[in-house]
Write a protein that binds this ligand. Structure first.
Ligand SMILES: Nc1ncnc2c1ncn2[C@@H]1O[C@H](COP(=O)(O)OP(=O)(O)OP(=O)(O)O)[C@@H](O)[C@H]1O
Ligand SMILES: [Mg+2]
Length: 253
């Protein structure tokens, strides 16, 4: 889950996807690569838990550090790091282009496990590490002019020759869409023209998400899903279909 612009909803949608996207027999896991350490608040995880960068976790493999989250998902939080822990993490990520890939390798993930990675806003180390491992890159954007302008920059990042593996797919999600505003509807048309089939989902502006976060509630636990939850469930369904589809032979060369 990436974007160069802040506050578009990466963390909210990461939480939504890990709560709703599960392949048969597999686990739903989330990794928070953002020092804001906010994903755990969206997923009902105890606030004091250690994250992957904490030295108290040093002897443990990543597979031993997961925390239980809403909807039986598992979360690896970023944690609250000391200056030394933070410097050491930055050093690891800087010196090893495939640092995240190596951590994931050590976890014995099953092919039916889905890992959702929330990244920090901007073109940073977390983004580069996430792009290195992602089968599916989701760029989150909003239907406004500043997000539209940022699309050129993200195209530049995604287009860099060694940014991501050739098999990875890139799709866009428009979040916080307010259908009641003519301007938003017009901007969505502009985005549709620009992104074509890469525009995978439009998620409604829905204040129940912010309220659920404030009260520590699971927005996916209601019998009737709220409009944004319904949209996220549809996005999860599309992704599930992609992940479960057998690989197409010969297309990618
Ligand atoms: N579909 C939505 N409808 C209404 N509010 C939303 C929606 N999605 C996200 N929000 C709200 O927008 C704010 C920013 O969301 P979030 O923190 O997920 O964005 P972000 O891209 O992860 O931000 P950051 O750049 O800080 O990492 C939050 O207050 C969240 O509740
Ligand atoms: Mg965030």
């Amino acid at each position: 889950m990436i974007s160069l612009k802040g506050g578009v909803g990466k963390t909210t949608l990461s939480a939504g996807l890990v709560s709703s996207l599960r392949l048969k027999g597999g686990r739903a896991l989330a990794i928070d690569l953002d020092p804001q350490n906010a994903l755990q608040y969206h997923l009902g995880v105890e606030h004091s838990v250690s994250g992957f960068g904490s030295s108290s976790m040093a002897g443990l493999n990543w597979s031993e550090r997961w925390q239980c989250a809403f909807n039986d998902a598992l979360l690896l939080p970023y944690g609250i790091l000391s200056e030394d822990e933070r410097s050491s993490l930055i050093k690891d990520m800087t010196e090893d282009r495939h640092w995240l890939a190596r951590q994931l390798d050590s976890m014995n993930l099953d092919e039916n496990d889905v890992v959702v990675i929330d990244t920090a806003t901007g073109n940073n180390l977390a983004l580069m590490q996430a792009l290195d491992v992602a089968d599916e890159v989701l760029v989150v954007t909003t239907a406004d002019a500043s997000s539209f302008i940022a699309l050129d920059q993200i195209d530049g990042v995604l287009g860099e020759s060694d940014a991501r593996p050739a098999y990875s797919r890139c799709s866009y999600v428009v979040n916080q869409f307010d259908a009641s505003r003519e301007f938003s509807r017009d901007m969505l048309q502009v985005l549709k023209r620009r992104l074509g089939e890469q525009l995978m989902a439009v998620i409604s502006l829905d204040h129940t998400l912010g309220e659920a976060l404030a009260y520590g509630r699971n927005p996916f636990s209601t019998v009737e899903p709220s409009p944004a939850c319904e949209d996220v469930l549809n996005l999860a369904k599309q992704l599930k279909a992609r992940f479960e589809a057998p690989p197409v032979q010969g297309i990618e060369g």
